[in-house]
Write a protein that binds this ligand. Structure first.
Ligand code: C2E
Ligand code: MG
Ligand code: MG
Ligand code: MG
Length: 279
């Protein structure tokens, strides 16, 4: 292995398709080991209700403690996991672990919502609904506190099956959120017919706040969410000015480095807004 400077990318051979596929093959083998050896870890990023001034939820984000390469973010392995179907067993672990952890927090008096990201293959797999039902039952976690995050691309593919899966999920009592809303190519009229509960404003839009076009886009998303009665969460909020603009525009659920990076479960319990920049 060689870590490429800065970007933390690595490959075995610097050039050529051969190197790339060798790299993928090795990565695939490593992923198999990782599943057996429990090398994955969920980190949790606090989500803040800026009106009430408290953390109301967390988003579970996977990390891989690779034995040689150190801590890897999804960028380094999620696509390979998806291509090789290894996302199915990894995703199963994520669902069960997130529910177990959510229940543990609730039992300790920390009533958090827990959001999990579901990949396209995992969403289209026939086991997803049963898996989530089973994980909820096994853990005893309150279904209404489990948020399933999917992308627009998922929502817009295999439409009939997707809608059916969504309704079956809703029947379990969980909630559905569209991640990175506005970055995909979805049909608005179709989206309004889906049983979704929330939209997430993507980091890209938050980071470009201040420019006229971008403000207009964010404003449009906020208006849409209000009109459709959807909860709205802005992600990737790093600066106080972004927070203030979002609040002025009517978005008060915030996630981003301004409040916290993704942290370990132990640190979630210690997270406090006391010294945080709330207006
Ligand atoms: P996402 O679901 O849109 O998650 C938000 C990403 O933005 C996370 O990156 C988070 O660490 C990062 N982020 C949050 N706030 C800030 C900020 O203020 N500034 C900056 N620069 N970044 C911020 P992460 O953890 O690397 O995850 C990247 C993507 O990988 C996620 O995007 C999601 O699509 C996918 N992913 C993460 N965890 C899982 C998982 O458990 N299962 C699946 N299927 N996909 C996952
Ligand atoms: Mg997400
Ligand atoms: Mg997102
Ligand atoms: Mg994203």
């Amino acid at each position: 292995y060689s870590k490429k400077n800065g970007k933390n990318q690595y490959n075995f051979y610097q050039n050529g398709m051969e190197g790339v596929s060798e790299n993928h093959l090795r990565m695939e083998q490593d992923l198999h080991h990782a599943i057996v050896n429990n090398e994955f870890k969920l980190y949790y990023q606090p989500q803040v209700d800026t009106l009430k001034g408290h953390m109301y939820g967390v988003e579970a984000l996977i990390r891989w403690q690779h034995p040689k390469l150190g801590m890897l973010t999804p960028f380094h392995f999620i696509d390979i996991a998806e291509e090789t179907n290894l996302i199915i067993p990894i995703g199963e672990w994520i669902v069960r672990e997130a529910c177990r952890q959510g229940k543990e927090w609730h039992d300790s008096g920390l009533m958090l919502q827990v959001s999990i990201n579901i990949s396209p293959k995992q969403f289209q797999s026939n086991q997803l609904v049963d898996l989530i039902a089973d994980a909820l039952e096994e853990s005893g976690f309150d279904p209404s506190c489990l948020i399933i995050e999917i992308t627009e691309a998922i929502a817009m593919s295999q439409i009939e099956k997707t809608v059916d899966t969504m309704y079956r999920l809703k029947k379990l009592g969980v909630r559905i959120s569209i991640d990175d809303f506005g970055t995909g190519h979805s049909s608005l009229s179709y989206l309004t017919e889906l049983p979704i509960d929330a939209l997430k404003i993507p980091r890209e839009f938050v980071q470009n706040l201040g420019t006229e076009t971008n403000n207009a886009i964010v404003h449009t998303i906020i208006t849409l969410a209000n009109n459709l009665n959807l909860k709205l969460v802005a992600e990737g909020v790093e600066h106080l000015e972004q927070l203030q603009l979002l609040q002025e525009m009517g978005c008060s659920y915030i996630q981003g480095y301004l409040f916290s990076r993704p942290i370990l479960k132990e640190d979630v319990q210690l997270f406090t807004l006391d010294k945080q920049p709330l207006s």
